[in-house]
Design a protein around this ligand. Structure first.
Ligand code: SF4
Ligand code: SF4
Length: 382
């Protein structure tokens, strides 16, 4: 398993995480098999947004004395008042469900307390006016939660919340189809019509959000990595080509800021399929054939696909481009962590021999040689 640091929290997450929605309503044996397989394979982070007592109890029981081995994202505002998934911004209700979460799991802490479903300006206003942000801050101060997170599908609202500085981790819906959906479009309501959408380019607001997270040390965990399964089917994918699970995971993991993809599983076999990503050769992770039809619009912009490898001097070209993009957000204030990451690379822009092999292979006409020079200039010479 590979692990990535969760921003400034001191925690590290496995790059494959567990989405547990599909465990809802399942018998205990299924929950146990899935959770145990996840732990066995080194998965150490899971999302638990479901409000029902039974599934929460089953997960707590399956974790047993390995509770400390799993980072749990638990949500503040996820309720089932009308016997189905629902959102509440009422403080007493939020408290009641969050306290029940602790009780159901048989634990006295939640690793990441998530401000649930922050998809609208109204939700943003309500979490402040109804005391929900104060509640989360108090939980963190008391050590009941170790970090504050949020879940969102809306890049504009998410950015507004991140800019308050209270959020350590954001769970966000990321896949190539959603990334090419304009920021103002509600991806959930259009999910059924993805095939009818016109994809032009990666939406700049979404791309900026990911870079902003990496710049600010806010970790991203990913939901909807497989687009609800639609991206795995040529018939249902808007790209009219089926992606594989490793390709979808690789796309998410190569976005700036991303630390883990939460893959929904309901059996040991599905957990094994998800972690198989780790042993998938680079050429089978490559998602270029899916989005390369959009190179006209993406021209010159790196999408961190690694299609340009191998480099004869072993420069991780996608990574250099990623750090360069983040630094370019504000060249006067390059985060020390990004500068450090760049300097820790085994080979950097300074090693480029300008052979041009990579530029011939890049479908997006990225000026790689120039970028290598610029990266060296920004991170080392200036
Ligand atoms: S031009 Fe530079 S970065 Fe590209 S393959 Fe050659 S050495 Fe590597
Ligand atoms: S430079 Fe081109 S081929 Fe290389 S990672 Fe970026 S987009 Fe992909």
């Amino acid at each position: 398993m590979e692990y990535r640091k969760i921003g400034k929290t001191g925690m590290s997450a496995s790059v494959i995480g567990l989405g547990s929605e599909h465990l809802d309503g399942k018998p205990y044996a299924v929950v146990e098999e899935t959770i145990h397989a996840a732990l066995e394979h080194g998965i150490n982070i899971m999302d638990l947004f479901m409000p029902g007592d039974e599934v929460r109890r089953n997960i707590g029981k399956a974790l047993g004395n390995r509770r400390k081995d799993m980072i749990i994202q638990g949500h503040i505002g996820s309720v089932d008042l009308s016997e189905q998934y629902d959102v509440s911004r009422d403080l007493p209700t939020c408290k009641r469900y969050f306290e029940k979460l602790l009780d159901n799991l048989g634990t006295d802490y939640i690793d990441v307390g998530m401000l649930f479903f922050m998809d609208s300006d109204e939700a943003f206003e309500q979490i402040y006016s109804n005391g929900i942000v104060d509640y989360a801050l108090e939980l963190k101060q008391k050590g009941v939660i170790r970090a504050i997170g949020t879940s969102s599908h809306n890049p504009v609202v998410a950015r507004k919340l991140l800019e308050t500085g209270i959020v350590d981790l954001m769970m966000f819906s990321i896949n190539p189809a959603f990334d090419m959906t304009p920021a103002e479009t509600d991806v959930l309501s259009t999910m059924e019509e993805l095939s009818a959408q016109q994809y032009v380019t990666i939406d700049p607001v979404r791309a900026e959000l990911y870079k902003y997270c990496e710049q600010q040390g806010i970790a991203i965990t990913v939901m909807k990595t497989l687009g609800g399964g639609r991206l795995l089917s040529a018939e249902h994918s808007p790209f009219k080509k089926a992606m594989s699970v490793p390709q979808c995971i690789h796309y998410a993991l190569t976005r700036p800021g991303v630390v883990s993809t939460m893959i929904g599983c309901q059996s040991a076999r599905q957990v094994e399929e998800a972690v198989a990503y780790l042993n998938t050769p680079e050429e089978q992770r490559d998602y270029m054939d899916i989005i390369s039809g959009y190179q006209g619009e993406l021209s010159g912009q790196c999408v961190y696909c690694n299609h340009c490898q191998p480099c004869p001097v072993n420069i991780d070209i996608a990574m250099v481009n990623k750090y360069l993009d983040i630094a370019s957000l504000d060249t006067a204030n390059i985060p020390p962590s990004i500068r450090q990451h760049y300097k820790s690379l085994a080979a950097s822009g300074a090693d480029c021999i300008a052979c041009g092999n990579c530029e011939d292979k890049c479908p997006f006409s990225v000026p790689i040689i120039k970028n290598m020079e610029r990266a060296e200039e920004l991170f080392v010479l200036l």
